[in-house]
Design a protein around this ligand. Structure first.
Ligand code: TRP
Length: 446
């Protein structure tokens, strides 16, 4: 077993690392879930609660992950083995398994974004003009060979970037795709809010309604924050392991969380004004993205281009997240089992792609486990079970088990002290474990 720390790859610059970590965080979750949850749960009132959660619990768990990863300089399993041993590597193991599971179905859905970029020019707008984008979507997702073909294409791109390595692959492409993502988002926002009647959409999205801030809304905010920041499965441990000892970690965690939250918040400005300008009812998730929006784009001048740009935006968001998921698995096989990066990327990527095929098949609604579609089972098992458990253990590890070293690592041996150290510690010790345990227990409902 090599311990992988000699000649370990490193991020080339702080900017590159931030783009990669923000790329991991900014994903499908930001664009198709956040705006809708916000609209449903009290608008601006919900945004305030969400931001509070992100900048307390979210940033703290992210910082804990960065600290663990950089201190050990190893993958998620190796980090726990090196820093403490005992049963702790199991936390890393759960993360690697979650990586396999999430990427398997994430790749399927991400493949749709490629299909829809092309469809923007071939018939989707005509169908949308008749309000029939739903038929196009139905025909597409039940055509399993096509869905799998796009999934394979997306996965090959993901694998290729990871195979190129940290600096020459993940960092290089995130440095291009993330700024591009911001530019596209800005174009879509301007288009959307300048449509006549856009104000109604803004009202749906942001009008503060504190009466909707129920326990269920807070719960939704917590779960969304966790998934959106890519926490709980060692993604940020793995990315942290490629950081230089000089990097200031607390500010990095805040920057990544700010970028992630900004994209989520801004996505709503690209979506709802347009949806309401054309008098269409908004939905969430795949329905909003692949049915409602094409119907909307079809009705606006230049819709074809805006449709293409929107799916390109989703494609970039998904790709910068999928590489982080694969990297968690690759880093483990590289560090712990001595595989080369080439071998780990292509073999693990291949296995994950194969594991995604049942999810693709289950879109037809006839591959179920105990009443749930296979895809939903993978999503449920990772998001509702493995991630929250991972999050609890990561917080407890930093706050109780490995506290003195965590403090040293977070301040670069005292050279870069930060003011809210005690807040961070108490969030890791008490607030985060209790809050996440709540997600876990409530989420166990099948
Ligand atoms: N954060 C991404 C999104 O919002 C998804 C993601 C990437 C993720 N890596 C992760 C979620 C690790 C949980 C854990 O779509």
């Amino acid at each position: 077993m090599s311990n992988g720390t000699e000649n370990r790859e490193q991020w080339g610059s702080r900017f590159g690392f931030i783009m990669a970590a923000a790329g991991s965080a900014v994903g499908l979750g930001n664009i198709w879930r956040f705006p809708y949850i916000t609209g449903k749960n009290g608008g601006a009132a919900f945004v305030i609660v969400y931001a509070l959660i992100v900048f307390t619990i979210g940033v703290s768990v992210m910082l804990a992950e960065f600290v663990i990863g950089r201190a050990a300089g190893l993958n998620a399993v190796g980090s726990f083995r090196k820093l403490k041993g005992g049963a702790w590597p199991i936390v890393g193991w759960m993360g690697v398994i979650a990586g396999f599971m999430i990427l398997s179905f994430y790749g399927v859905i991400a493949g749709w974004t490629i299909a829809y970029m092309l469809k923007s020019f071939t018939g989707l707008m005509a169908a949308g003009a008749a309000g029939k984008a739903g038929d196009v979507f139905g025909a597409f997702v039940t055509n399993t060979p096509q869905v799998v073909a796009y999934q394979v294409l997306f996965m090959v791109i993901t694998i290729w970037i990871v195979y190129k390595g940290i600096g020459e692959g993940i960092e290089k492409y995130c440095k291009i795709m993330m700024p591009a993502l911001f530019v596209i988002l800005a174009i879509l926002i301007v288009r959307s809010i300048t449509l006549p009647g856009a104000g109604k959409g803004l009202e749906f999205y942001l009008k503060p309604d504190f009466s909707k801030l129920t326990g269920a809304a807070v719960f939704a905010a917590l779960g969304q924050a966790f998934f959106s920041l890519s926490l709980g499965m060692g993604c940020m441990i793995t990315y942290g392991s490629y950081l230089s000892k000089k990097e200031i970690l607390p500010s990095a965690a805040i920057t990544v969380a700010t970028l992630d939250t900004s994209v989520a918040f801004l996505a709503g400005f690209a979506i709802f004004p347009a949806v309401f300008a054309f008098g269409i009812e908004p939905g969430a998730g795949p329905g909003l993205t692949f049915v409602t929006l094409p119907n909307v784009f079809a009705k606006m001048p230049g819709g074809m281009i805006f449709s293409f740009l929107f799916f390109l935006l989703l494609f970039f968001a998904a790709l910068t997240s999928s590489v982080s998921l694969l990297e968690v698995c690759v880093a483990y096989f590289k560090d712990e089992l001595g595989w080369t990066r080439d071998k780990a990327s292509w073999i693990l990527g291949g296995i994950i792609t194969a594991l995604g095929v049942p999810s693709a098949i289950s879109l037809k609604g006839n591959l179920k486990i105990a009443g749930k579609d296979f895809l939903d089972v993978m999503d449920w098992g990772s998001s509702n079970v493995l991630l929250p458990l991972g999050g609890i253990f990561i917080a407890v590890f930093a706050g109780w088990v490995w506290l003195e070293s965590a403090k040293k690592e977070a301040t670069n041996e005292g050279k870069n002290p930060f003011g809210w150290m005690s807040a961070w510690i108490w969030i890791c010790r008490v607030v985060a474990p209790i809050a996440i345990a709540w997600i876990f227990v409530k989420g166990l409902k099948w």
